[in-house]
Write a protein that binds this ligand. Structure first.
Ligand SMILES: Cc1cc2nc3c(=O)[nH]c(=O)nc-3n(C[C@H](O)[C@H](O)[C@H](O)COP(=O)(O)OP(=O)(O)OC[C@H]3O[C@@H](n4cnc5c(N)ncnc54)[C@H](O)[C@@H]3O)c2cc1C
Length: 454
């Protein structure tokens, strides 16, 4: 009997060498996302250069009944793009064309494989900016970011990827091409189908091209570093800034005592006396004196115990180094498990108290918390050998608090079984119905996002 892979290779035998990789050395590059775990090389890597080629490859995989994993820049953090045994990878890394910026509609059309950094650079050459930024900008692709509805550092001001995608084109399992890539900001002609593909982590189709909205380049920024007695006080400062700051809040990041102590242990220096919750925030304004007066009010109200405003770009960058050192501090833990959770800001203090007391009952489970308070998104890290018990505790508490089991990184292969905690049976039914409609053979990114049927 002919093996499915041989059927596929025979079907695609006329492809140029760059479009199909089989060599074991080459396949190793496509074995894992940024988590680096569950590493497994794919059977082969298909690398389309155009939508037509991608469509043809998807049709060939369907004929051979070969399961597919979609890959962008492999910077994902939930193993969504990590191959399972027997999967063929479709990598978008050759679909990188960026068309000239349309300055009138302030839009740009890019192939799904273009990196975020190239999109940002293209926007900048036209005097504009792209409103999403993440640390993995040099490798993360714009298609992968749409597929995971990536957030990042400026969500509080600009929203997540979903807010920046005007239209997209997607190739379905079997090869049909859906959607129109055009700069139509207003389009209420029936259902807005692009929305089901944004954040679907590749289980419904392969995003091939996108039209993105651009923004004016950001103005002057003021960067502040502050200490608040607790998360409630930090939230009060955020409310004060949103109400009265002399410009929009563009970032509001927090670090708790546990993570900050680990950052200092890495050799970093605190710019103020590090007590309670450390806050790093940015306000888009040049009215430094007005912001200073507002912060004095927050000190008097007891929302802050100390605060400093960066007086230069150099100082602001140094303050951001402390936030970026969170990753380093997590890396130095023995056995960290990380949760990227979403919570209503008002529910955070109770959630933190509840999980802290539940974890205290385990022999070894120390939480450390940082994240984007302004977006209700915390990175909740626990250093523990007992990751399964800790995951159960954290996700159940998230569900009780009315939160999200993933705020940014997606469910991938790691979290689908927890989805029923936060989605109703009816919601799961609709999700499964969409999957069955768009990918009836279940070949695309299977085992990701949707929980197994019981
Ligand atoms: C240093 C670092 C910082 C990060 N910071 C943030 C952050 O601040 N905010 C945030 O939200 N995330 C962050 N991330 C994770 C983030 O999800 C990814 O960086 C990015 O969104 C994924 O893009 P990618 O091209 O690497 O996709 P991949 O990792 O290749 O894939 C991710 C998922 O999308 C699917 N996929 C990829 N391309 C397509 C496509 N064209 N069509 C359909 N499905 C596709 C894959 O199958 C997989 O399920 C960070 C990651 C790193 C390593």
């Amino acid at each position: 009997m002919t093996r499915p892979l041989d059927t596929l290779l025979a079907d695609l035998s006329d492809l140029p060498p760059a479009a199909l990789l089989r060599d074991a050395g080459a396949l190793a590059r496509y074995a894992a996302d940024a988590t680096g775990n569950l590493s497994q090389p794919p059977l082969a890597v298909l690398r389309p250069a155009t939508t037509a080629e991608l469509s043809r490859m998807m049709a060939a995989c369907a004929r051979a009944a070969l399961p597919i994993v979609i890959q962008g820049g492999l910077t994902g953090l939930s193993n969504g793009a990590t191959p399972k045994a027997g999967e063929v990878a479709i990598s978008l890394e050759r679909m990188t064309r960026i068309e000239p910026v349309d300055p009138v509609s302030a839009t740009l059309v890019a192939g799904a494989g273009a990196t975020l950094q190239r999109v940002q650079e293209a926007a900048a050459t036209a005097g504009l900016s792209f409103g999403v930024d993440i640390g993995a900008r040099g490798s993360a692709t714009i298609g992968g970011m749409a597929a995971t509805n990536a957030g990042g550092l400026n969500v509080i001001r600009n929203g997540m990827m979903r807010a920046h995608v005007i239209s997209l084109e997607v190739v379905l399992a079997g090869g049909r091409v859906l959607g129109h890539v055009r700069p139509l900001v207003k389009d209420n002609s029936g259902f807005d189908l692009k929305q089901i593909f944004i954040g679907s982590e590749g289980v419904l189709g392969v995003i091939s091209r996108l039209c993105l909205s651009l923004r004016p380049a950001p103005g002057a920024q003021q960067t502040l570093f502050a200490a608040a007695p607790d998360m409630q006080a930090a939230a009060a400062l955020l409310a004060r800034l949103r109400r009265s700051a002399p410009g929009p809040v563009t970032a509001f990041e927090v670090m708790d005592e546990a993570i900050f102590a680990r950052i200092l242990a890495q050799g970093h220096r605190a710019p103020i006396e590090p007590k309670g919750i450390q806050i790093l925030a940015e306000v888009e304004t040049d009215a430094e004196a007005a912001l200073h007066a507002l912060l004095m009010g927050a000190l008097e109200a007891g929302e802050l115990s100390d605060v400093t405003l960066a007086s230069s770009g150099f100082q602001a960058a140094a303050l951001w180094t402390l936030r970026e050192a969170c990753a380093e501090a997590v890396g130095a833990m023995k056995s960290p498990v990380g949760f990227d959770i979403g919570l209503p800001v008002a529910a955070m203090p109770a959630f933190l108290a509840e999980t802290r007391s539940a974890l205290a009952a385990l022999p070894q489970a120390e939480p450390a918390v940082f994240g984007h308070l302004g977006d209700g998104n915390l990175h909740y890290i626990v250093d523990t050998p007992d990751q399964k018990t800790v995951a159960d505790i954290v996700f159940q508490a998230v569900a009780r608090a009315g939160g999200a089991i993933s705020a940014e990184h997606g469910l991938g292969r790691e979290k689908p079984r927890y989805l029923p905690l936060v989605r109703s049976d009816d919601e799961l039914l609709v999700m499964r119905g969409l999957k069955a409609l768009l990918d009836p053979a279940g070949l695309l990114n299977s085992g990701r996002v949707l929980p197994p049927q019981s």
